[in-house]
Write a protein that binds this ligand. Structure first.
Ligand code: PEP
Length: 262
């Protein structure tokens, strides 16, 4: 059981998918399903050019539209980047930081993840901070050490107060987009390890309050057993967040389970 009644989060990461018209159609189609689901946070993180259309479609609903990245500088000579100030000026509240695809393909490091996180929080944004081990690290049995080090570095210098605006997404890299899912027990172990780190670094209240999501090939086939774990507070979803029918099944199953178990 989850004794602290943390609000469930279902966050979709659209990655480099959806034109503005496609995003509008998707939000319009999903809106009736999420109507009235006020006991959870439903967020879609969209490509920058799609955000405005998605926001317009989501208006009046409980859906929030976020971004998939943010730069750490306020402004300046950083061609192709977008700052937290620009995002907040566009009414964007949430941002994914440190997604494994940014780390893998775009040179993101724990240091830049930390800088981006601090910049987003300073601008008043809410951060979905992604971390998790790659396959070789898991096979070498060093998952716990890797995830503990990422947590320490990515959250360095962030206050207990600011952590209220951080959601941690544990995403084992080998599970992202592969159809291979972490066992519920290993998702739970990772979520529990984050809380232990937060307890040791901050305090019990922070450890109990921060939401920890699982991400990596979440689907309607595995959502119930994952969300049943006491320290898993929701999901960051890639592939299934592009498919209205599958996402509807995931949300319905997840929210039915959290309202009866947690
Ligand atoms: C993701 O992109 O964060 C993700 C978890 O993708 P998928 O659900 O497709 O594995």
């Amino acid at each position: 059981m989850n004794p602290s009644k943390r609000r469930t989060v279902i966050a979709g990461n659209w990655k480099m998918n959806f034109t503005p018209a496609e995003a509008t159609a998707f939000i319009n189609a999903i809106k009736p399903m999420v109507a009235g689901k006020d006991n959870c946070d439903i967020i879609f993180c969209a490509p920058y050019v799609t955000i405005a259309a998605a926001q317009a479609a989501a208006e009046g609903s409980n859906i929030k539209i976020g971004a998939e990245n943010v730069h750490f500088a306020e402004k300046g000579a950083y061609t192709g980047e977008v700052s937290a100030q620009m995002l907040t000026a566009c009414g964007v509240e949430y941002v994914i930081i440190g997604h494994s695809e940014r780390r893998q393909y775009f040179g993101e490091t724990d240091e830049t993840v930390n800088l981006r996180t601090k910049a987003a929080l300073a601008a008043g944004m809410k951060v979905i901070l992604c971390l998790g081990e790659v396959k070789e690290q898991r096979l070498s049995g060093i998952t716990d050490e890797v995830v503990a080090m990422q947590t320490k570095l990515d959250l360095a210098g962030i206050s207990a107060e600011d952590l209220k605006n951080v959601i941690i997404a544990y995403e084992p890299v080998w599970a992202i987009g592969t159809g291979m899912v972490a066992t519920p027990q290993s998702a739970q172990d990772a979520a529990q390890a984050f809380r232990e780190h937060l307890r040791a670094t901050f305090n019990e209240h922070v450890a109990q309050a921060v939401r920890v999501l699982y991400g990596g090939s979440v689907s309607s086939k595995n959502a119930v057993e994952l969300i049943t774990e006491p320290d898993v507070d929701g999901f960051l979803i890639g592939g299934a967040a592009l498919d209205v029918d599958e996402l509807t099944r995931v949300c319905t199953l997840t929210l039915a389970t959290t309202s009866s178990h947690k």
